[in-house]
Design a protein around this ligand. Structure first.
Ligand code: ASP
Length: 312
């Protein structure tokens, strides 16, 4: 049994392992770990307390994939419910669909009994107000919601120095089932309705209990274009080692063209429970915990540089 997570999953990894130790499934473990991170107001890239979009609305993306049978559920651009990962799981378990967005996801969450909550904390609102788009004159843009040129202001959301983050969890239970889960408030100051990679099966997450799983954080548009999480698993399926699979999926990102190329990282496990982390940035870490460990260990991600450019 093993749980592997992005480093910001530290608050949830012990609970995730406890679920496995008490006989829970990999899906139970992933959900339990991510819920703790989603509820933490200090984590500004996930759930309650997440940074909002350019209009000041917190919109959550989350996805979960059960690698046994390849079932999956996702929600995107969902407002007003803290536990996007749990709503995603219910999409997987209750509906013939895989993906709900926006009002549909919110309606579903309400129908099945999730409690509505304002997700914008005072701390996140304060940072948003400091980062509000400015008019060319330098004044804070007024009446943002009523303007028809918000798309021009959203360049602020494509600032590579922006606050980044997403929580990734991968778990393998006693029966060998593997689950991947991802939850995020996405890019701070993003355009309303923007979906990142996190809820997109094959982009931000993928799991196949026979071969392995992967989950991503970073500039989601890149993982969507390269189908990064699926690539890791498909390389494993083709016989690559975990190290080779991760390097090849990272190298695929280097093939991307266009004007916006930035940070991308992922964690991965194979069917035997070996784990690794990869990043095109230096000094990245991830965390892992096996059933035998009293506490999680923090490990370096393999650095695989890819080209970066911004707006040129
Ligand atoms: N991947 C997330 C997204 O694109 C953000 C992040 O991990 O920094 O929404």
């Amino acid at each position: 049994m093993i749980v592997v997570a992005s480093t910001n999953g530290l608050t949830g990894i012990q609970e995730s392992m406890n679920v496995l130790l008490s006989g829970g499934s990999a899906v139970d473990a992933v959900e339990a770990g991510i819920r703790i991170v989603e509820a933490d107001p200090e984590e500004h890239s996930v759930g309650y307390g997440g940074y909002p979009n350019v209009l000041g609305q917190v919109e959550l993306d989350a996805g979960i994939m059960d690698g046994t049978g390849l079932s999956a559920g996702s929600v995107g651009a969902m407002r007003g419910y803290t536990h996007a990962i749990s709503v995603a799981r219910q999409v997987m378990e209750k509906l013939p669909h895989v993906f709900l967005v926006s009002e549909g996801a919110e309606r579903f969450a309400g129908e099945i009994g999730f409690q509505r909550r304002d997700l914008l904390t005072d701390a996140a609102r304060t940072v948003w107000q400091q980062r509000l788009p400015r008019d060319p004159s330098g004044e804070v843009a007024s009446d943002l919601a009523g303007r028809n040129d918000v798309w021009k202001l959203v360049e602020i959301a494509t600032d590579p120095e922006r606050t980044q983050g997403t929580v990734n969890f991968l778990a393998q239970d006693a029966a060998g089932n593997i689950c991947a889960g991802v939850s995020t408030s996405g890019w701070a100051w993003k355009y309303p309705g923007r979906l990142g990679d996190s809820p997109i099966i094959g982009a931000g997450l993928y799991a196949d209990s026979r071969f392995g799983a992967a989950a991503c954080t970073g500039m989601g548009e890149m993982a969507i274009r390269a189908a990064t999480a699926h690539s890791v698993v498909i390389y494993l399926k083709m016989g690559a080692t975990l190290g080779e699979a991760g390097r090849r999926a990272m190298a695929d990102l280097d093939d991307l063209g266009g004007r916006y190329l930035a940070q991308m990282s992922f964690i991965a496990i194979d069917g035997d429970g070996n784990h690794a982390g990869f990043s095109n940035g230096e000094d990245g870490t991830y965390i892992a915990m096996t059933a035998e460990m009293d506490e999680p260990e923090e490990l370096a991600r393999t650095h695989v540089p890819t080209k970066a450019r911004w707006g040129m």
